[in-house]
Design a protein around this ligand. Structure first.
Ligand SMILES: [Fe+2]
Ligand SMILES: [Fe+2]
Length: 372
C-alpha cells in the first residue's frame, strides 16, 4: 500500500482530528498505557501540634449539629490541590481530624463512602453504628462501613480527637457519591453497648434464631487497641514473625471472611522495636499513616520524613519506602490504605528494593512548605 499524503495534508489531517475530537493512538499509546503506574500524589507530612491546634480553634468557631455536619480539619495533598481535588490525601483516600467537645453530638447520617476511625486523644465519647453504641478509647479502630448510619456523642469531660479515613477520591472518580442525613437527627439506639466488640472477645455467640450474616459488614465495629497491642507483643517476641518491609504488623480483619475489616479501606498497625529498620519496597496501593507512638522516620523515594507521636504522612502509590524507629521506645504506626480495592480489581502489584541491602540513599529531608 502506498502512503502518498504530502506533509501539508498530513498536518491538516491532525488538525482536523483535534477539531473532531478523535485521536491518533500511534502518538499517544505510551501516555495511556504506561510502563509503570503514573500518578501525581505527593508524599507529605503534617505535625500533630499543627493539626490539633487548628481543630481546637475550630472548637471556638463552630459546633457540630448546629453550624456544621461535622467539625473536621482534613489533610490536603498539595499536588492534588493544584488539580482542584479538594480533600484528597491520596488519589483515593481522605483523612480528617475530628474534634468533639464534652456534651457535643454529631447527628446521624450515612453515605456511600466507607469510613474508618482511629482514636487519637480523649475518652467518654461514643460512635453509634446502625444504633449500636461503641465507646471510643485511644488507639481503637472503629468501622462505619459504607451506608451504615453513624453518629457521635461525647459524654466525657475532655476534648476528643480522632482521625476519620474515607475513600473520598475513589468514590468521586467512580461518580458514586451519595449522602443522606437521618431524618429526625439521631438513629434509634439499641440497648447494648460495645456489643459487637464483646460478643467475639472470648468465643463467638449469637442469640438462638438470630439471623446470621456472614460477609458484609464485619460483625465487629470497634477493634480495640488493647487487643492489637497484645497481638503485636506476641508477634514481636520472635524474629521469625518479622516482616522485612513492615517490621511486626497486623492487618485488621473481618472474622467472617478472613478479608479486610472494611471491604474497601485496608487498616494496619505496625510495631517497630527501638532501633529497628525495615527494607524498602513499593506497591500499587497508597496509604495514609498516623504515628500512634514513637519517634523515627520513613524514607519515601529518597526523601526522609521525620515523624513523632501524633503526626500524619502520605505514602503515594508506587513509591519506595522504608521505616526506621530512632527512639528508645517501641514505635506504633497505624495506616489506612486502598489495598482491598486494588486487590479486588486485580491491580495490586509490588516489588522490593534490591540495591544497598534494601536501603535507599537519603537525598533530602522533608520540610513542610506552605502553598503560595
Ligand atoms: Fe460520615
Ligand atoms: Fe509498604
Amino acid at each position: 500500500m502506498s502512503r502518498e499524503k504530502s506533509e501539508e495534508e498530513v498536518n491538516q489531517y491532525y488538525e482536523n482530528m483535534k477539531r473532531d475530537l478523535v485521536g491518533p493512538l500511534w502518538h499517544d499509546l505510551g501516555h495511556m498505557v504506561t510502563k509503570e503506574p503514573v500518578h501525581d500524589v505527593e508524599p507529605y507530612l503534617w505535625k500533630w501540634e499543627t493539626i490539633r491546634d487548628y481543630a481546637l480553634t475550630a472548637g471556638e468557631i463552630l459546633e457540630p449539629g448546629k453550624d456544621a455536619e461535622r467539625r473536621v480539619v482534613y489533610l490536603q495533598n498539595p499536588s492534588l490541590l493544584k488539580r482542584g481535588l479538594v480533600g484528597y490525601g491520596t488519589h483515593t483516600l481522605y483523612a480528617g481530624i475530628q474534634l468533639l467537645l464534652p456534651g457535643e453530638m454529631a447527628p446521624s447520617h450515612h453515605h456511600s463512602q466507607t469510613a474508618v476511625r482511629f482514636i487519637i486523644e480523649g475518652d467518654g465519647a461514643y460512635t453509634a453504628v446502625n444504633g449500636e453504641r461503641s465507646y471510643m478509647e485511644r488507639g481503637d479502630m472503629i468501622l462505619t462501613p459504607a451506608w451504615t448510619w453513624h453518629e457521635h456523642k461525647h459524654e466525657g469531660t475532655e476534648p476528643m480527637f480522632w482521625m476519620d479515613g474515607l475513600d473520598v477520591g475513589l468514590v468521586r472518580t467512580l461518580a458514586a457519591s451519595f449522602f443522606e442525613p437521618y431524618e429526625g437527627g439521631f438513629y434509634p439506639e439499641e440497648p447494648e453497648k460495645n456489643y459487637s466488640a464483646e460478643k467475639l472477645a472470648g468465643g463467638a455467640f449469637a442469640p438462638k434464631g438470630e439471623e446470621k450474616k456472614p460477609g458484609y459488614p464485619s460483625p465487629i465495629f470497634n477493634y480495640r487497641w488493647e487487643r492489637a497491642q497484645y497481638e503485636l507483643q506476641r508477634l514481636s517476641e520472635s524474629q521469625d514473625n518479622e516482616d522485612p518491609y513492615d517490621a511486626y504488623a497486623v492487618e485488621y480483619i473481618n472474622p467472617t471472611t478472613g478479608g479486610p475489616a472494611d471491604s474497601r479501606i485496608g487498616t494496619m498497625m505496625q510495631k517497630l522495636l527501638p532501633g529497628q529498620d525495615t527494607k524498602a519496597h513499593r506497591h500499587v496501593h497508597s496509604a495514609i499513616y498516623h504515628v500512634l507512638e514513637g519517634k523515627g522516620y520513613t524514607v519515601i523515594n529518597g526523601e526522609k520524613f521525620e515523624w513523632a507521636k501524633g503526626d500524619f504522612f502520605i505514602l503515594p502509590p508506587w513509591s519506595w519506602h522504608e521505616h526506621v524507629n530512632e527512639g528508645t521506645e517501641d514505635a506504633y504506626l497505624f495506616s489506612i490504605n486502598d489495598k482491598p480495592v486494588m486487590e479486588k480489581l486485580e491491580l495490586e502489584f509490588g516489588e522490593t528494593y534490591k540495591e544497598n541491602n534494601g536501603r535507599q540513599k537519603i537525598e533530602k529531608t522533608f520540610e513542610p512548605s506552605a502553598i503560595v
